[in-house]
Every structure is written in structure tokens, then in C-alpha cells.
Design a protein around this ligand. Sequence first.
Ligand code: AMP
Ligand code: MG
Length: 423
Amino acid sequence: MPIIQFDNTYAQLPESFYSKLSPAQVPAPKLVRVNSDLAAKLSIDAYWLQSPEGLAIFSGNATAEGSEPLAQAYAGHQFGGYNPQLGDGRAILLGEVTGTDSRRYDIQLKGSGRTPYSRGGDGKAALGPVIREYILSEAMAALGVPTTRALAAVSTGETVVRQEGPLPGAVFTRVASSHIRVGTFQYIAARKDISELRALADHTIQRHYPSALESETPYIEFLNQVITAQADLIAHWMSFGFIHGVMNTDNTAISGETIDYGPCAFMDDFHPQCVFSSIDANARYSWGNQPNIALWNLTRFAETLLPLLADETEQATTIAQTALESFQEYFATLYMRHFRAKFGLPDTAADSLVQDGLSLLANQQIDFTLFFRKLTQVANGATKGDWLSLFTNQAEASDWFTGWETETTSAMKLEKMRTVNPI
Ligand code: AMP
Ligand code: MG
């Protein structure tokens, strides 16, 4: 009985979707961290994972039984400009495993060497960004945000050269519901082969949105569900002050999970145009612009599906537009729900109390996390002084506080505030 049971349904798709190849060998793999909880959920023995045999597989030095390693092809809009040929330039999909929840998960190595999609890159990863992705993705999972996960981080004994100079190399094992992106659909749609497009859509529906198959118009229902999942994701992000930083279409997973933790961050001082990535000069991917960009990315996704939505392009376009129109309102509802919970406000409280609270934060550029944390403490019986001390203009804060105080009383609300306002 093999200790890890891989199969690879993606490898059954047309050959144009990927390139089969093995990960690069590394000289001296050493385990940095293994996620035992996640391993258990995937029915992978965490002790075995740390053994020389496990380490060989999760560093790329050995291939597990049933694994058909491949690099996925995709395209993508990066900062608004289309690149027809991206793909896994530094990642290899080892295969899929079935979790204890009976769901299918991709196991992918990131930093595992060059692939046909590497372009000028070395296909490697440095240890720093690997640890960063490990911590951030696990933090997001703990906060209840849909996300890819971290199974293991292994240092390779190699040196990779980056702008900062030579750095220790590493391989990251990423777990995801799948790595199918908007960019995957863009890549296949651009090939203008309807059977390939249908194969990708059917595979993705089967994997992520099987309930769409019950609809009389499964592809329209698929589009609707992807739109809903993105709205849900972005509302989650924003409620934690999270800024993804690189919301390119190739970094937008169809599953609705957060993917690719690059120059992302949790905002400190609140202002809606806050940006962290130094390359995002136009604030395209600022905190407050994320819903607009999600809709822009979804529009690119809908365009790829047009041939499946209706026989006539005009009719298909109308269908896609109608579906996309639902995004704003659905997002706004979820966004308000998240922020009501953060402020500890009941459904009956006026929207303006939430909006004014956020304006107060923005006007004085208050630390986003501390604001909600200290407000939670006030709800827990602390005096308002500690919360008030965050502000320079305390009169403005007191005014809002008076309105908030009259709306907020129950113990249930406090529990809720605690769960959604982490330190
Ligand atoms: P990202 O910015 O991480 O989403 O990556 C965008 C594209 O660049 C993807 O196709 C990556 O696989 C590729 N890429 C990023 N870094 C490297 C690297 N060091 N070597 C090869 N390809 C890379
Ligand atoms: Mg990416």
C-alpha cells in the first residue's frame, strides 16, 4: 500500500493543457516545516512526510507512485496587459489526493525548477517568500478565508540569485482545491477549439461546482457560481484589511480560493487606496479597488465562456452581462454582513453606522486591526478610553461611538466580534 495515493485527472485532459515533466533534483533537502494538521486531513502520514522517503518526494528528488507530474499552461492579464503564454514557470503539479472530507486536492511543488513555461526565470524559489506564503496562507485558513494551503516547506541546499543577491533556495508544497485559473480558461479559449474549452469547463464544473450540472443551463450556472465565489472571497479579504497585491487573471482561482501570496499584506493604517506592491504604481490593486478588479477579471472569464453560453454570440453576451451584473449587489450584501459582524451591529442597525465607522477610520487613518480589536474590548466591558486613544480627533470618534453604543448590547454580538476581529 503506497503511503500517498496520487492520481491526476488533469493529466487526462487534452495534451495542450500542460507539459509533463519531473521536478528538478536538489542537492541537500532539509525539512523546514510540515503542516501535520493538514497532512491528517489529506490522509498523509505526517511522520512519513518527514522521513527521507517523504522528504525526497516533497523536495522533487523522487516521484511518488501514481503521480504524473506536469506543469499547467495558462495565459493571463497582468496589470491589465494580456500575456498569451504564462503557465507554471516554477511549479509542478504532482497529482491529486482525496482528503478525509472526500474532496479532491492538488498537491503542487513550487520552486521545483524550470519548465517549458519558465521564460527567462530560473524556476526556483527563495526560502523567504516560501516561508511568507506558508504563514500567510495558513493565517488566512485560520481566519476562515478560502485559500490554498501550505503542506510543507523544504530548503534545498541550493542558492538562488535574486535582486537582493544570493539567497537560500526552497521548495514549497501547496495544496489547493485546484490550480485552475481564469488564465487557464483564457489560454484554452484563445486556442479556439470548442471541444477543448468544453473539456476544461466540464472538468472544472465536475470538480468545483457539480451542482451546476443539475441546472438546465450548466455553463450559465457555472458562471454564476464562479461570480458568487469571487464576491465571497473579496468580501472576506476586505473584512480583514487584506490586500492581495497581484490580482492578475492568472492569480484568480476558479475555485474561489486565495492563490499566490506575493506582495500581499494586511493593511495597517486604514485608507481605501492603500497599496503594498511597489510595482502597483497606479494603485490598480489597492484595498478598495479589489471588488472592481474582481469584476474585471470575472468579465475576462465570462468572455472565455461565450461559445458555451449560447449559439449566437449576441445572445451569449447578453447572458454573460446579466450574470456579471449580479456581482455588485451580491458583493455589497456580503461586505455589509462582514462589517456588521466586525462592528458588532445587528441587522437592524442602519448601513450608515457601518459606513460612518469606516469613514472615521479613513479620515484619521487609524490602524485597521487595532480599531476593531479595541472596539471588541469595549463591547467586552472595557472603558472606551483605550479605543479613543487611537484617534487624534477624539470628538469625531466620540460622536460615532455614541451612535454605535446605542445599537450594541447583546453577548452574542461580543462572541461574534471576537471571532471576526483577530489580534
Ligand atoms: P506570479 O507573479 O508568481 O503569479 O508569476 C507569474 C508568472 O511568472 C507565472 O507564470 C510564474 O510561473 C512565472 N514565474 C515567476 N517566478 C518565476 C521564476 N523564478 N522562474 C520561472 N517562472 C517564474
Ligand atoms: Mg501566479
